[in-house]
Design a protein around this ligand. Structure first.
Ligand code: NAD
Length: 355
């Protein structure tokens, strides 16, 4: 017999395809008349080119978006918003730029249009992670949810193969944890399986041939679905651990996700067998944790936290911190097992489902 469930969909208008950048002016007009375009310094040229196509609809460009959304950057952006009397934002970039748009919206209620260029998925969530004085704080509020998202596959063609691989695994992590979330439900699970399958098929093709347009379409489609999953249900051990490790040791976001995911799946495997079977099927693998580890190997991402700068001495502290604020996880949190998990992720060993 079927079980009861709650499905909480978030309202967002999504435009998806090739060449959809041409729709941004029309979509911006639905939100405002004085747009501030946002980007990282690395994507400033693309942001300025976009601003030029918006013409009178754009009042300025702010190009200081930074990973983990530092509050001092947000304050500078807010000054620009006030000075230029912007009435909406257009964020062009990955999760860092989307984060800045959300941080502005949280404080001003300005409507947001987001044009994602990575697979991070932030554009589909009401979640904002901000950093102040070295500590990252997460808030979940409808104010942070972007009103309009324009996915243009063409913009992802320039995402280097290595970043595509880690960013794609970051997206897969959202879908994996959605399948065994406390609020898991049939609609989100459908999107999660479809998202994992699309990304697992697309990423090896992208790494082999970054210019493969069909694979790029498939990866962005999978990322979109995975972003919906992240926004719709709560995440477990994997996301909390990545958040902790990233904050404590200043590790890069997507790489940390890529390395930890097979191990977090192994930790939860026995408690979530039906979800694991669906993940394995979507990956085309015999078993979910090893399937994730093999996929990471096939697409050439680093598989050891020591290779991205985590000190070995930090393992016990990381385990302690991961338990500091209790949260829901399908398997209860066990400090020793989590420490063993981090040890394996640190050294690059394969995931151990008996952990
Ligand atoms: P990012 O936005 O920091 O981008 C990484 C680098 O790649 C940047 O220099 C960027 O300018 C560049 N780049 C982006 N797209 C490119 C492209 N198509 N071609 C060439 N270069 C490109 O990285 P990310 O992994 O997308 O985002 C990470 C941030 O997003 C973290 O701060 C993370 O916490 C946050 N995040 C938040 C959520 C949420 O729901 N709140 C979800 C996922 C990630």
């Amino acid at each position: 017999m079927g079980e009861s469930f709650v499905y909480n969909g978030h309202p967002a208008r999504v435009i998806f395809g090739f060449g959809t950048l041409s729709k941004v002016a029309e979509e911006t007009r639905r939100l405002g008349r004085r747009a501030l375009v946002l980007s990282t310094p690395q994507q400033a040229d693309s942001a300025r080119a976009l601003a030029a196509t918006l013409g009178d609809l754009c009042v300025g460009v702010f190009t200081e978006a930074t990973m983990h959304t530092p509050v001092d950057v947000t304050e500078r952006a807010l000054e620009t918003v006030r000075k230029l009397e912007a009435d909406c934002t257009v964020a062009l970039g990955g999760g860092s730029t989307t984060g800045l748009g959300k941080a502005i919206a949280l404080r001003t209620d300005l409507p947001q249009l987001v044009i994602p260029t990575t697979y991070a998925g932030s554009e589909m969530t009401p979640i904002l992670g901000e950093t102040e004085r070295g500590a990252k704080k997460t808030v979940r509020t409808p104010k942070a949810l972007p009103e309009t998202v324009v996915y243009d596959v063409d913009l992802t063609m320039s995402l280097p193969a290595s970043l595509s691989a880690t960013s794609g695994l970051n997206a897969i992590a959202h879908s994996v944890e959605a399948l065994y979330a406390e609020e898991a439900n049939p609609v989100v699970s459908l999107m999660a399986c479809e998202g994992i399958e699309a990304l697992a098929k697309a990423l090896p093709r992208i790494v082999e041939k970054p210019g493969d347009r069909d694979a790029r379409w498939q990866a962005l489609y999978g990322a979109w679905l995975s972003g919906i999953c992240l926004g719709a249900v709560g995440m477990g051990l994997h996301h909390k651990l990545c958040h902790t490790l990233g904050g404590a040791f200043d590790l890069p976001h997507a790489e940390t996700h890529s390395i930890v995911l097979p191990h977090a799946a192994a930790y939860n495997a026995r408690a979530t067998q039906p979800a694991m079977a669906r993940i394995a099927a979507a990956l085309g693998a015999d078993e979910a944790p090893m399937g994730l580890y093999d996929l990471a190997g096939r697409i050439g991402v680093k598989r050891a936290l020591r290779d991205i700068g985590m000190p070995e001495a930090g393992i016990p502290r990381a385990a302690e911190m991961a338990l500091a604020n209790p949260y829901w996880n399908p398997r209860p949190l066990d400090k020793q097992a989590i420490e063993r998990l981090i040890e394996r992720a640190w050294s690059g060993a394969p995931p151990d489902p008996t952990i």
